[in-house]
Design a protein around this ligand. Structure first.
Ligand SMILES: [Zn+2]
Ligand SMILES: [Zn+2]
Length: 145
């Protein structure tokens, strides 16, 4: 039955998000969902992501210059760190305490957004073991915004 199959594919995709603490691209969802449901295709992932977004369970994470990522909608306030080397996005805590120190007195902040770009710990390790001295820090490479 198609309905039953959809349910188990959907469960697999939800499981992928429940087991990760960072936003995932469509391809990352597919790679991980295939561990639960071998043979799952990219079209199923696209369709299921759309359903989960429509239901409000997932939300889209837009990072300038890269394909959208997705994460569970009801997470606490946080921001994202994008690794320029491996293309993975990570969660970082919200910067509210820092904001309080830089907003001019008397001003009121309604909303804020922050994306950090750099190199994740795994990629820094690889660069070092490759004998490279320079480690890029927080500078967007080819930022297209
Ligand atoms: Zn990385
Ligand atoms: Zn913040």
């Amino acid at each position: 039955m198609a309905g039953k199959r959809n349910t188990s594919q959907r469960r697999a995709i939800r499981q992928v998000f429940e087991q990760t603490d960072r936003p995932l691209s469509t391809q990352e969802v597919l790679d991980q969902a295939q561990q639960f449901k071998p043979g799952m295709g990219i079209a199923t992932v696209y369709r299921t992501l759309k359903i989960l977004i429509d239901e409000g369970w997932l939300k889209t994470v837009l990072l300038p210059g890269v394909p959208p990522r997705y994460e569970i909608a009801d997470r606490d306030a946080h921001h994202h760190f994008y690794c320029n080397t491996c293309g993975r996005a990570f969660e970082v805590p919200c910067c509210q305490a820092l904001l309080d120190t830089i907003v001019p007195e008397g001003f009121t902040v309604a909303t804020h957004d922050l994306v950090l770009y750099g190199t994740c710990i795994e990629c820094v390790g690889q660069e070092n073991s490759g004998g490279e001295l320079a480690v890029r820090q927080g500078v967007p490479v080819n930022a297209e915004n």
